[in-house]
Write a protein that binds this ligand. Structure first.
Ligand SMILES: Nc1nc2c(ncn2[C@@H]2O[C@H](COP(=O)(O)OP(=O)(O)OP(=O)(O)O)[C@@H](O)[C@H]2O)c(=O)[nH]1
Ligand SMILES: [Mg+2]
Length: 330
């Protein structure tokens, strides 16, 4: 999308009422909004995805963001780290094996995870914004993953551990050995729904008992992929992105949403229906301190029309938003 069409789209997404409202904001409110957008332009978000072999890390990344465009690289020290790094420009995804392979490999993976969690950005802040630990929902043995969470990850999460960790229970379709899954609508039936809710609750409780933290858990299905065929549609992938965005710092949220997988529409079609997560994601893009003052979420509407899935062009898109807002403000 070029800047002119971005501006046009934006202009259309704002009603006259929104514009009047925005124009009526105080100078300091206007400055605050522009400052946040300016910061968002060059912000880089970092997400670490980890979990046991075969839990569905790659499938999840693919469903969330689409990896066709990803440049596959390696971690800082590939000989010892074994961490794949997907650099999408404004979003970097670190894909690390979890534990459970063999004692020697586990040591290696542990070291790699800790090293990544301790990395700092140019400002000296911890580099990784959010850690997504993926559990295989079809497996009964979660012991190894709890160990990974409480003994390896949590001690290295820094000051606000509850704001940096999320646990996803993947392969929801296989949680009851493939039974009670509605293949047509790509979601669990009532019985499996209850089973999954119980699973989420018990994982939350185990973590709470293990390290005292209240960590958000959610079940989803990235979607099974057969060799040579496209990946099956996902379930709850928009909910997963919503949870991720919720944990991401304010000025990095646009970076994450800009990478939302928009090539495969069905990826974001099926979820538990408790909320419209796509709308919730758009609402989350605007920091709370700004949403408070712009009751109509006018900016959210504008951003929602250009940011999701815009990819590396996010800087230009945000520039467009800034330009339009300036022309409305003054
Ligand atoms: N049924 C089902 N299968 C899935 C789902 N997600 C992933 N899979 C399958 O699980 C297998 C492993 O998925 P990957 O995404 O490669 O898992 P991974 O964690 O990246 O595996 P490693 O990189 O080898 O550690 C593949 O056959 C996927 O198609 C899901 O939601 N449901
Ligand atoms: Mg993988």
């Amino acid at each position: 999308m070029d800047v002119t069409s971005i501006l046009e789209t934006l202009n259309k997404s704002l009603s006259q009422r929104d514009k009047d409202y925005l124009r009526g904001l105080t100078e300091s409110q206007k400055e605050k909004i522009l400052k946040w957008l300016e910061e968002s332009k060059n912000a880089k978000a970092n997400i670490l995805v980890t979990g046991a072999t075969g839990c569905g890390k790659s499938s999840t990344i693919n469903a969330l963001f689409g990896m066709e465009k990803a440049v596959v690289g390696t971690g800082a020290d590939p000989m010892t780290m074994d961490i794949d790094k997907y650099d999408l420009g404004n979003l970097v995804i670190w894909d690390s094996p979890g534990l459970g392979d063999s004692p020697e490999k586990d040591e290696l993976h542990k070291k790699g995870i800790i090293q990544t969690l301790e990395e700092k950005d140019a400002q000296g802040n911890l580099l990784i914004d959010v850690v997504l630990v993926i559990l295989d929902g079809s497996s009964r043995d979660m012991g190894t993953s709890y160990g990974l969470i409480t003994d390896v990850i949590v001690p290295h999460l820094g000051k606000n551990p509850e704001k940096r960790l999320l646990v996803g229970i993947n392969q929801a379709d296989m949680a009851m050995k493939g039974k009670h899954w509605d293949d047509v609508n790509h979601k669990p039936d009532a019985e499996l729904g209850v089973f999954l809710a119980e699973k989420e609750r018990s994982v939350r409780q185990r973590i709470k008992e293990g390290c005292g933290l209240s960590i958000e858990t959610l079940s989803y299905a990235a979607g099974y992929k057969e060799e040579g065929k496209p990946q099956e549609p996902s379930y709850n992938i928009s909910k997963l992105l919503y949870y991720i965005v919720d944990l991401i710092p304010n000025n990095k949220r646009l970076a994450v949403v800009s990478q939302k997988n928009k090539n495969k529409k069905d990826r974001y079609t099926y979820d538990d229906g408790k909320k419209d997560y796509d709308i919730e994601i758009n609402n989350k893009m605007v920091p709370d301190y700004i949403e408070d003052i712009t009751t109509g979420a006018a900016i959210g509407a504008a951003l929602g029309s250009v940011i999701p899935g815009v990819g590396t062009a996010v800087g230009g898109a945000i520039g467009g938003v800034c330009g339009l807002l300036k022309s409305i403000f003054w």
